[in-house]
Design a protein around this ligand. Structure first.
Ligand code: S3P
Length: 434
């Protein structure tokens, strides 16, 4: 599908971002192995979390969708050997977290995904799981999916993660629940901590100081009902749209503001965004607030170091903000972007250049020369949902029409994205409201 986006005179309204994708994956996985029944509301609507749900169903878990976004999960005492190959689709969180869980189950499973997922690194997952005693193999000399996993008795490990990856940390924690002895993971920088928060809320014995996490094996987790907060990584598109559009005012309801995901808010504030955080509260162990953004005069910034894992998924979008901001924006220490749904450094530079951006590729990031008026053009999502949406936001402030090819991929995380864009875009200059 191709999506056409034109500039609009005014951007205004309220958005409820879809339920957080990272939290949804974890909530349904942990509820599947917990004692009791959990009700999960505002469950992420995208295809990625549906992949996790269908894998868990193949593993014998009863998951009922009572109404859109409302799931009931009945935890099982033991997962069941799947009859067929498990399909994680496009979702790295699905394959990596489930691999950790499957490493400890008493059966054989094979898990794979689409072309993009089959090209993403799995050695970083296989290595620590093997140290725990797992029997796990991958294609390409144990570096790629499909993965074959024969469940075995695991032992706790002390492991230093070579990169700040919440997926690998979570995979190890899931395996560690079933291992003999404690597991300690050290990270080079803090990454999202939703697994730790949920494990603790469900009764696991877990200690964490942000960099070092220690988990004792858990005899049984207890199911808890959860209302999943709005996804800050989806809200981020409207934060940037509101900040760079000359006539905008947008409010974002019930959005997660977990400090390990707040990098985008910190960067926008530092760039001079008129962004406010209101009504902070806790929901299901996660901080949530309402965010308001309006047209701002942004200035370029240097972004790198420990901040990167806290905004890793928002970097294509920060590049869009950098194009419009005064001065130069430099993004470093983000080589991880090269192994996301696509090589996000190369693809972002290539596609924004087609819209008139002055942007250079670095081995671990990019340099964006700001103060440009973007021009509409034809660009391509590279089958990457976050790049498709970032290009949509660029199209909103570009002159003329922008055509985004393969735009349907937004459905991996934010199926209503194009509809929300259309709804916020006021074709007349008069004040709207929703
Ligand atoms: C995620 C972790 C990040 C992120 C991804 C979701 C998660 O990946 O990019 O979109 O839910 O744990 P890495 O763990 O590979 O950094």
């Amino acid at each position: 599908m191709e999506q056409r986006v034109r500039g609009c005179p005014r951007l205004e309204g309220k958005v409820s971002p879809p339920g957080d994708k990272s939290i949804s994956h974890r909530a349904v996985i942990l509820s599947s192995i917990a004692r009791g029944r959990a009700r999960l509301s505002n469950f992420a609507p995208g295809a990625d979390c549906r992949s996790t749900v269908s894998c868990l169903r193949e593993l014998g878990v009863e998951i009922v969708e009572e109404s859109p976004g409302m799931l009931t999960v009945s935890g099982v005492e033991a997962l069941r050997e799947p009859k067929d190959v498990l399909d994680a689709g496009n979702s790295a969180t699905t394959i990596r977290l489930l691999a950790g869980l499957l490493a400890a189950q008493d059966f054989l499973s094979i898990i794979t995904g689409d072309d993009s997922l089959r090209s993403r690194p799995m050695g970083r997952l296989i290595h620590p799981l093997r140290l725990m005693g797992a029997d796990i193999w991958g294609r390409g000399g144990d570096s790629l999916a499909p993965l074959a996993i024969k469940g075995s008795r695991l032992r706790g490990i002390q492991y230093r993660l070579p990169m700040a990856s919440a997926q690998i940390k979570s995979a190890i924690l899931l395996a560690a629940l079933f291992a003999k002895g404690e597991t300690t993971i050290e990270q080079p920088a803090p990454s999202r901590d939703h697994t730790e928060r949920l494990l603790r809320a469900m009764g696991a014995k877990l200690e964490s100081d942000g960099l070092r996490v220690t988990l004792a094996p858990a005899p049984a987790l207890s199911a808890i009902d959860l209302h999943i907060p709005g996804d800050i990584s989806s809200a981020a598109f409207w934060l940037v749209a509101g900040a760079i559009h000359p006539n905008a005012r947008i409010r974002l309801k019930d959005t997660g503001i977990n400090p390990t995901r707040m990098g985008i808010i910190e960067v926008l504030l530092d760039m001079g965004a008129k962004l406010t955080i209101e009504g902070e509260r806790m929901e299901g162990g996660e901080p949530v607030a309402e965010l308001a953004i309006e047209s701002s005069d942004l200035a370029g910034r240097q972004i790198g170091g420990d901040l990167i894992p806290r905004l890793i998924d928002e970097i294509p979008l920060i590049a869009v903000a950098g194009c419009v901001a005064r001065g130069t924006t430099v993004i470093r220490d983000a080589a991880e972007l090269r192994v996301k749904e696509t090589d996000r450094i190369r693809a972002t530079v290539r596609e924004l250049s087609k819209l008139g951006a002055h942007i250079e590729e670095l081995p671990d990031g990019m340099i964006v020369h700001g103060g440009r008026k973007l021009e509409g053009g034809e660009c391509y999502s590279h089958h990457d949902h976050r790049l498709a949406m970032a290009l949509g936001i660029a199209g909103l402030v570009a002159q003329g029409e922008t055509v985004i090819h393969d735009a349907e991929v937004v459905a991996f995380s934010y199926p209503a994205f194009w509809r929300d864009l259309e709804r916020l875009c006021r074709r007349t200059a008069e004040k709207g409201g929703s």
